[in-house]
Design a binder for this molecule. Structure first.
Ligand code: AP5
Length: 225
């Protein structure tokens, strides 16, 4: 299963990616998560990326291409992967096809989490992220068992710098101009599975699984069932 998860900021990509990756036993590759790790570690790439990410803009395509190419070459992607946050513009989509082609692979599905702008600011302003493992929480919709502490690894929860209201507005603008055209790009390739991302986390997960099961149910040649 080689998947891309597409959708606006706050649509629930990270939340659903965690569940899908566990269900299908494939690694969740979050380019936003990888950038945040590099920023926290203070690597040269992290230092360059920091101001760009915190302003809500896109990190240059060549930096992202190198990062994704290296990650997809790791051994754990042999059974598949779930890319969350990449590609983010048409140039990156073409680069991804080339990276996958070089590995002898193709994408199987693109899950598109469709979500209206009005709810996005509410979801993002209430989001808290684990400073240790990156797991997403929400103060109302998905609170941790112990306030301020990650259920999985026990690290403290933090608010992302790019969840400030003016930066969220910038991220939405960038999404509309550069990333949304990918919906049509993948629809034309017959890869798009559109999911209504409104509703509870469990409801959206059921829709994702149904879309993937429908899309992957085996076709038995000559069968009348
Ligand atoms: P990235 O980390 O990819 O951010 P994003 O795409 O803006 O998405 P988010 O992480 O904000 O939201 P999400 O859809 O994952 O929602 P979540 O599940 O957390 O990228 C960050 C930055 O890195 C970019 O702006 C850019 O600068 C840079 N970058 C990354 N990739 C790049 C690339 N390829 N090229 C260039 N630059 C790149 O959910 C949000 C909240 O809602 C949470 O609190 C969650 O608990 C809650 N929630 C989720 N689902 C539900 C539900 N069904 N009901 C109620 N609450 C819910």
């Amino acid at each position: 299963m080689r998947l891309v998860l597409l959708g606006p900021p706050g649509a629930g990509k990270g939340t659903q990616a965690a569940a899908i990756s566990k269900r299908y036993g494939i690694p969740h590759i979050s380019t936003g998560g990888m950038l945040r790790e590099a920023i926290a570690a203070g690597t040269p790439m992290g230092l360059t990326a920091r101001t760009i990410v915190e302003a809500g803009n896109l990190v240059p395509d060549d930096v992202m291409a190198g990062m994704v190419r290296e990650r997809l070459s790791a051994a754990d992607t042999a059974r598949g992967f779930l890319l969350d946050g990449y590609p983010r513009n048409l140039g990156q989509a073409v680069t991804l096809e080339s990276i996958l082609g070089g590995l002898g692979w193709k994408l199987d599905h693109v899950l598109y989490l469709a979500f209206g702008d009005a709810e996005i600011v509410r979801r993002l302003s209430g989001r808290r992220t684990c400073g240790g493992c990156g797991a997403p929480y929400h103060v109302e919709n998905a609170p941790p068992r112990r306030e301020g502490t990650c259920d999985s690894c026990g690290a403290s929860l933090v608010q992302r710098a790019d969840d400030a209201e003016d930066v969220v507005k910038r991220r939405l603008k960038v999404y509309g101009e550069l990333t949304e055209p990918l919906v049509e790009f993948y629809r034309r390739r017959g890869l798009l599975r559109e999911i209504d991302a409104a509703g509870s986390v469990a409801e959206v997960e059921r829709r994702c699984v149904a879309a993937l099961s429908g899309a992957t149910s085996p076709v038995v040649s000559g069968s009348s069932t």
